[in-house]
Structure formats: C-alpha cells, structure tokens
Design a protein around this ligand. Sequence first.
Ligand SMILES: [Zn+2]
Length: 312
Amino acid sequence: MDPSWGGSKVIQFNYDPIRTLSWPIQSGRVSFFWKGVLTCLPALRNCISHEVSSGKDTLFWKDGWLNGIAPMNLWPEEFYTCRRPNGTIHELGHLLDEVPCIDNDLIDQVRAKVRRPDNLLGDKKKWRLTGNEIFSVKTFYNFLIDGGLRCPVSRFFWRGGWPKKINLFNWLAWKNKILSLENLTVRRCNRLPTDTCVLCHAGSESCDHLFIDCSYTKQVWEHFIRLLHFPSAPTSLKDLWGHWRTGLANKKRIFGDLVAKAIVWNICLARNDCIFNDNVLHINSLILKIARMIMSWCSSVSEGLREKMEAT
Ligand SMILES: [Zn+2]
C-alpha cells in the first residue's frame, strides 16, 4: 500500500494486524454491506498472482505468490498454527528457511530477491482474469456469478413486459431477501412486539408464509387456480419457480408467471397497508385488484407475447 495515499491511514487503522489484536473484532451487529463485500475477499485473492520483489506488498500465507497459489492452500496445517496469518513475506522472511519452504527452486529465488539489501522495488500484482492483467470489475463480477448459469430461474424470470420493480421484488422474495418480519427479527430490526403474520395472526411471517402458506394468501391462490385451471397451489416460493412452474403446460407458463408475480406483489402491498395504515383489505377487493393489474399488464405487453397469452 502506498503510504502517501490519503486512504492508507484509514485502512491501516481498521485492518492493521497489531491494531486488530488491541481492538478485537466486533461480535454484535456489523454492516451487512461490508459483511457481503468481505466474503468476496478470498475469491479476489485467488484471482491475483504476485511477482515478489521486496516482499513488502505480498502476504506470506494468503497471497498467491507460488505459481499463483497461496501457501495457506498448499500447507493448511502450518497456516492454522501460524501466529501471524496476515504478515508479509518481508515480515515473515524467517519462514523461508523453514520446512516446508526448503528445497524449492521458486522459493530460493524469492528468498534471494527479498534479502537483497538494495531491493526497494514493490511487488507486482497481476489480475488473472484479463489478458492485459489489469483488474476490471466486470471480469470479477462474472467470475463471482459464474456467468449467471447456476441460477435456475434467470433463463425465464426477467422475460415479459412486467414492470421492473415487480420483477425485482419477486426475485428478492424468491431469494428470501425482503424485509419480512422474520428477517427483520433475525436482523434485530423488528419494531413490532412479535414476528407474527399480521394477515392471519397464525404463524411467523416468513417469505414462504406470507406469499404461500398464509390462510389469507391461500384464498387468493385458490381463486386464481380455480379460474385458470392450474393444477394446484405452490407449496413454497422455491416450488413456485421450480416444480410448480414446470408442472404447467408450456402455453400456460407465461400466464402463470404473470399471475404469480401479481399475487406476490399485491399480497405485499396488502400486508404493508395492514401494518402501516391499520387497514385490512377484504379478500374480494384484493382479488379484484390483482385481476385488474393482470389485465392492465396484458394490454401493455408486446404484440407477440399477447398473442401467446391469448392462445392459453
Ligand atoms: Zn399469515
């Protein structure tokens, strides 16, 4: 790290190993944003290879300076018993003379470079995911999401002309990332006395309960399943976008997507209305509202998609 850079003091204060020992890591609530970012750190390290010169910018155990591999992955037992997991090669130079570093040509070269008294050159970092070895956010993002191929619903989820906010909300609900009372309680942010569902008062308000299992929601599902001759109600949000959807006839899937997204969105609005305005929407009013929304979406989608839907 360049010590003349303005941010170096901040990084040093927060992450310097000596300070970390004096100020133990907080065990209570931590920033979810930074917690998420820090989970990517091991993956980031694995995408960087290091060309050691003075050894002052390369972590001995965690950086990939042995043909792109980090010593902690080569010698895990030694790593777990080491005293300074975040020491640089320069600081932990004595380890280069100990087992398992002896009798290794590459380590011999590194040892010679690090111990050269006139060596003031910084270590070089190379980004392994690009041809020019320069870091780019795009390549790292693609690496983390594995091109999006592992997500089973991305193939169809974003298709259709439904409003983006409703698509996004359904996506978050499917991933159990919305602020249900259960999730708020886990984060210790629930301002209500309990996490009991406000629509039925008969269960904890998880995403699956709110959008599938709640007796209030079930009436809505049953109405549309009867009306549209769908086989049965989904048993969970995972089931909704998995087995339940694949169980629909091909020509009914687009309409099934539309109905499911409209139900989830409107149930959430009804639940918010109940919590924030103390207003319980009658089930028939909710069904009418959903039907009206579906019709307005149908009239705004592209010609081709409308023809497909009319064919169902
Ligand atoms: Zn409920």
